[in-house]
Design a protein around this ligand. Structure first.
Ligand code: PMP
Length: 354
């Protein structure tokens, strides 16, 4: 068999996802007892104990889950204030994005992306053989719209990964109202931010996606949701895999929504620490940017990530993200003790640079 010829041609342009180093590897490699991972924007306080109990209590593992669970859709409707008929459950925002690309994109269509942003958008666009139109950002990483996107899909990430900024409402409105295509708004980090873009779900060309992976601490369960116009939902239900989310994940997400107090208390702690870490990094002389998410973006020396790893802190090297440069780093805000450990080690390195 000619293996190369068998594989879709677009995959020759797709870069494989390279996950960051894990804690056990770093412990072994550098002979360290304590390693802290602040590289994947997880909520290190973990999920609500009620969500963990709900997950553990489910025993009927031999049965298929409901394709679109009503008990969860009802709760999301209550949480967001959006009618149930517009809500769809999927296997994380990643799974939902895949479905949306499958609905709309044909070979040669274009997708508007504003780097630096979540790399999976480019991966998916490339797999689908789409042309990528670049929306530029200004020096504060806000999207500049001089010409409104003509693409089939425009992706807006707010707060943006990896830069942490919220997209301005007026920019989003201009894009939504003037674009001929679908606007996909990714609010993975919305619970950490001071405002949201929910008002745009009134438009017939807007899809807004959220996740239980970040603030709710359920990243391992792969569950998220999207709010979309009913005409898109109809198509979505044709392209989704028949059983996208497991029942333990559904039960845990329901319990997490029934215990919002827990999520909010961890988010408050993370936000408080985010501001403290931000100020400290500024004091150390780092070029660090304000953030509305559970991470901070910094422009530091190219050796920073390696030096941090040797000291037992894993942070995200963003130099391979389109639109980033060497020395661009994203650090997640963990529990207070993790953040203190990060600051202690960062000071050693940044102090040397001064
Ligand atoms: N969107 C953004 C901006 C993200 O950072 C991530 C997670 N890294 C995702 C989507 C994927 O989220 P999920 O776990 O819901 O697939």
């Amino acid at each position: 068999m000619n293996e190369k010829a068998a594989v879709r041609e677009s995959l020759s342009r797709v870069k494989e996802y390279i996950p960051g180093k894990d804690i056990e590897y770093v412990k072994k490699r550098y002979g360290l007892d304590r390693v802290v991972k602040l590289a994947s924007n997880e909520n290190l306080y973990g999920a609500s104990p009620k969500a963990i109990d709900a997950f553990k209590d489910f025993k009927d593992l031999h049965l298929y889950p409901p394709p679109q669970p009503e008990e969860l859709i009802e709760r999301i409707s209550k949480y967001t204030g959006v009618e149930e008929s517009k809500i769809v459950i999927g296997s994380g925002i990643d799974g939902i994005l895949e479905g949306i690309f499958n609905i709309f994109l044909e070979k040669g269509d274009s997708v508007s992306i504003s780097p630096p942003t979540f790399p999976y958008y480019i991966t998916l666009a490339t797999i689908h053989d789409a042309k990528i139109e670049r929306l530029e950002r200004d020096e504060s990483f806000n999207i500049k719209v001089s010409n409104s996107p003509k693409s089939k899909i425009t992706l807006i990430c707010s707060p943006n990964n990896p830069t942490g900024n919220l997209e301005r409402g007026e920019t989003v409105r201009e894009i939504v109202e003037e674009s001929q295509g679908i606007i996909f708004i990714d609010e993975a980090y919305v619970e950490f931010s001071s405002s949201d873009l929910l008002e745009f779900t009134e438009y017939e060309n807007v899809i807004l996606a959220r996740t239980f992976s970040k603030a709710f601490g359920l990243a391992n369960l792969r569950i998220g949701y999207a709010i979309m116009p009913e005409w898109v939902k109809k198509e979505y239900l044709k392209v989704t895999t028949p059983f996208p989310v497991s029942t333990p994940a559904i039960k845990a997400a329901c319990a997490a929504l029934d215990d919002l107090e827990y999520m909010k208390s961890t988010v408050e702690r993370i936000k408080r620490d985010r501001e403290r870490v931000f100020k400290e990094l500024l004091n150390f002389g780092a070029e660090v940017y304000p953030s509305e998410a559970n991470f901070l973006f910094m422009r530091v020396t190219p050796s920073f990530c390696d030096e941090m790893m040797k000291r037992g802190v894993i942070v995200r090297d963003c130099s391979s993200f389109v639109g980033c440069r060497k020395g661009d780093v994203r650090v997640s805000i963990g529990r207070t003790a993790d953040n203190e450990y990060f600051l202690e080690k960062a000071k050693e390195i940044l102090g040397q640079d001064r």
